[in-house]
Write a protein of this length. Structure first.
Length: 397
């Protein structure tokens, strides 16, 4: 999805908000219908049945009839896809949507003339019941757009995302392999020795966020002051999220352009970030500490980075078992927990090799990924020692 910042007028913003409300209303009705289903009962209506019910409701209620039928039908179609994903065990069960959270709607059957460019940095898109809404033309809009989605985040910003499959980045053809170790203190450590982390809030912004959180705790629920404070917090959080996404995109693009094979750890992030609270009968321990670690993992963008790498460099990302990669010396192969003296220091007890612990792990990941890449191309499958400086010749095409 290619996302762009919308600039609606006040009247257009009201129309967009109405579309969001209708889409949320229809979605929540579908969730409620399916929540009443139990084994032995008649199954809940599917997409076709819900569309017939929507037609009957539009005939009865004026406020539904005056809105866009495309927005409501696509909300039902999105719900049907969400249920299919749930039964396919790839996503969680769809839940009720709240006002101000995850606001958005989808438009399909977009005509070629529904998206046009006005100037170098300004374009506009045709939205039902809202007319032509301008957006910032920050990059080229994909050709042949068939649908788009308009969303509103908690900071009150509107965006339009055009559905398109991005073209993959071509491999450089140099045969180079890189290992990527993801961490909390250091977001990404490369086998080449490079290290960087996703940017967050600046010092002044963190101080302001702390003050806003204290003000939020003092504000009375339902008051105007509380709403103003929540909006200010949302703007800071959105700024932090934008910086993180930008860093992921640039880091992923750089790796895809520089290396033919990219080795990453096969981490189960959902399991790693599971809450440690436990149950009433068996409460968990170190809950506050675990919660802080979970926030660090999420802020580092582990999952998003690998997902974007697989999209930018399809077939060139190798996931390896992370077991013992942080305890094994890349120079001699000696493995011991004592080798890793701290978060940043790795000193081999056998050969004395000393290096940054994250870089050492990244080099182990690189070697394993290089072996997988050779085997995948029918290379030597022997059990001899690992070549510490692999040289691969990858077939083009």
């Amino acid at each position: 999805m290619s996302r762009y910042r919308l600039s609606p007028t006040p009247a257009q913003e009201a129309a967009l908000a109405e579309h969001c409300g209708h889409a949320r209303f229809v979605w929540n009705l579908a969730v409620e219908q399916h929540s009443h289903w139990k084994p032995g009962r008649k199954s809940a209506p599917g997409f076709a049945g819900q569309c017939r019910q929507l037609t009957e409701a539009r005939a009865e209620f004026d406020w539904l009839r005056n809105g866009s039928i495309i927005v409501r039908q696509q909300a039902l179609k999105d719900f049907a896809q969400a249920m299919a994903n749930f039964f396919g065990k790839t996503h969680k069960r769809p839940t009720f949507r709240k006002r101000g959270q995850g606001e958005g709607f989808r438009i399909v059957a977009v005509e070629p003339g529904d998206v046009r460019r006005l100037s170098r940095h300004v374009g506009e898109v045709k939205v039902p019941k809202a007319g032509w809404v301008r957006f910032r033309w920050s990059r080229a809009v994909p050709q042949g757009v068939k649908s788009y989605r308009i969303t509103r985040d908690r900071a009150g910003r509107w965006h339009v995302a055009f559905a398109a499959v991005p073209a993959p980045i071509r491999a450089p053809g140099t045969g180079e392999v890189v290992g990527v170790d993801r961490g909390v203190a250091v977001g990404v450590a490369l086998s080449t020795g490079g290290m960087e982390s996703a940017p967050g809030l600046r010092e002044g912004e963190e101080t302001r966020l702390l003050r806003l959180l204290r003000a939020l705790a003092r504000a009375k629920r339902g008051s105007n002051r509380r709403g103003v404070v929540k909006a200010a917090i949302a703007r800071l959080k959105a700024r932090e999220a934008d910086r993180r996404k930008d860093w992921v995109e640039k880091t992923g693009t750089g790796l895809a352009r520089r290396f033919d094979v990219i080795g990453v750890e096969d981490l189960k992030i959902a399991n790693m970030t599971r809450s440690a609270r436990g149950t009433v009968e068996a409460p968990g321990g170190n809950v506050r500490r675990k919660a802080g670690l979970n926030r660090g993992v999420m802020a580092a963008g582990w999952g998003r980075l690998v997902a974007r790498l697989e999209q930018k460099a399809p077939g060139r990302v190798v996931k390896v078992n992370p077991r013992f990669t942080s305890q094994t010396c890349n120079a001699c192969g000696h493995r011991a927990p004592e080798n890793r003296e701290s978060q940043a220091v790795f000193r081999c007890r056998a050969c004395g090799h000393q290096v940054n612990a994250d870089v050492n792990a990244a080099r182990n990941i690189r070697d394993i990924a290089a072996g997988h890449a050779v085997n995948a191309r029918g290379g030597d499958r022997g059990t001899g020692p690992v070549n510490r400086e692999p040289q691969l010749v990858l077939l083009s095409g």
